[in-house]
Design a protein around this ligand. Structure first.
Ligand SMILES: [Zn+2]
Length: 419
């Protein structure tokens, strides 16, 4: 039995090993089905075997390590081992490492659980290489869209071809799915990727939901004119109107703070784009997220009305077109309680917060209940080589994972759920 500090030190060492598998020489870049992903998957499989898990790579490239493989009911614990370009070493990988360490501890402590555990290392969470994402977890959850296998990367390689080169088997994709009666729940440990836990001095937090999101293209059309001759009162300036709209977007999001609402205008283009011409047309994007679908939809409806009012007042037209929508994934109350109880046992605060970022749990929700635990990360920084989580915090996360599994075992026993 290891102390949290020892577990954290183990996690740190494993993450350092994994960070060596990169597709480039500079920094860490490990895209789905790349040579570095293959080497990382093999390395993770080696850890799983050393931990006594029956290990295999599934048709979509997910590494699966099975503890007590003879048991039908399985607690699923996982995260992803692909990265963004020039990534940090914690995002995703910590959840896989924490899962392996937690199973080792459960075995070493002789904890009696009524279910087996599968540790899962997904390959396609970041969605960098192909114009799709979560195919590896979607296959497990039985919600893979077959046409996603025909999407292509920037080099023209199809996902199907890349899978074959990796050693996967696109023809067997359907066989990757778990049966609904097999899964007890899906648990994931992940760095927060935001600054909330650090600001509140808390090492860990219980995730309430994975935020839903909507994305829009907004086009504002006015009229071009001479920057020197058209008086201010007679202008139909598409960019000035857009600026006012962006402040309205910011205002709506700020007033949604109780629902962790955030709205971002991340891209903007003005035409004709000359220093001495009044902008005739502006296109910008909107990404809006919240911890539940209803407040996000209400905010969008309010924004549509306010943008229209601003456009009318400024004699321009505005068009708002949705191009992406992802519903909120709620974290199951029983899993939030299991994590919260584990944090209580460790003498920690039980802060609950939504995840603004997407995760594999979004796909796993189609199969079973999802629970997530956030780990404080320095400065809230992620998708960046400066990403950092402390040894002590990671050790506590492994303990909390063990504690949550024990709590679920007790729940299963009291409800007569035996395998
Ligand atoms: Zn991640």
């Amino acid at each position: 039995m290891r102390t949290p500090k020892q577990l954290g030190a183990h996690a740190e060492a494993m993450l350092a090993e994994l960070a060596a598998f990169s597709d480039g020489d500079n920094g860490l870049t490990r895209l789905y089905l790349s040579p570095a992903h293959r080497r990382a998957a093999d390395h993770v499989a080696g850890w799983m075997r050393a931990a006594g898990l029956e290990t295999a790579v599934d048709p979509l490239g997910t590494v699966r390590g099975r503890w007590k493989p003879e048991r039908k009911r399985r607690l699923l614990i996982g995260s992803h081992i692909d990265t963004v370009v020039d990534a940090g070493r914690y995002d995703g990988m910590l959840g896989v490492v924490a899962g392996i360490l937690a199973v080792e501890e459960i075995a070493a402590r002789g904890l009696a659980l009524p279910f087996g555990i599968d540790v899962l290392a997904f390959g396609d969470e970041e969605g960098v290489r192909f114009p799709t994402t979560l195919v590896s977890s979607a296959a497990l959850a039985g919600c893979l869209v077959p046409s996603d296998l025909d999407t292509r990367d920037a080099e023209g390689v199809s996902l199907r071809e890349a899978l074959v080169a990796f050693g996967g088997d696109p023809e067997a994709a359907a066989s990757a799915a778990y049966g609904r009666d097999e899964a007890v729940a899906y648990l994931e440990v992940h760095i927060e990727q935001g600054p909330v836990l650090e600001a509140e001095g808390l090492p860990l937090g219980v995730v309430t939901s994975i935020a839903g999101q909507s994305r829009f293209n907004i086009t504002v059309t006015g009229e071009a004119g001479h920057a020197g001759t058209v008086p201010m009162a007679l202008r139909r300036d598409a960019l000035a109107a857009s600026a006012e709209m962006m402040l309205a977007i910011e205002d709506v999001a700020r007033r949604g703070a109780a629902h962790q609402m955030v709205a971002t205008v991340g891209r903007i283009a003005a035409r004709p784009g000359a220093v001495n011409v009044i902008p005739a047309e502006v296109a910008f994007t909107l990404d809006i997220r919240a911890d539940a679908d209803a407040p996000r939809h209400a905010a969008i409806a309010e924004l549509e009305a306010r943008l229209l009012t601003i456009a009318t007042g400024r004699k321009v037209s505005a068009r708002m077109e949705k191009f992406f929508e992802s519903p909120t994934t709620p974290c199951a109350a029983r899993l939030q309680e299991a994590f919260a109880a584990a944090l209580g046992d460790l003498g920690l605060g039980q802060r609950r917060l939504a995840s603004g970022a997407g995760h594999d749990g979004h796909a796993m929700h189609h199969l079973t209940d999802v629970g997530m635990l956030f780990v404080r990360c320095r400065g809230g920084i992620s998708h960046n080589p400066a990403e950092f989580a402390a040894v002590d915090d990671m050790g506590l996360a492994v303990e909390a994972l063990v504690g949550a599994a024990v709590r679920l075992a007790a729940d299963a026993a009291s409800s007569g759920d035996r395998t």
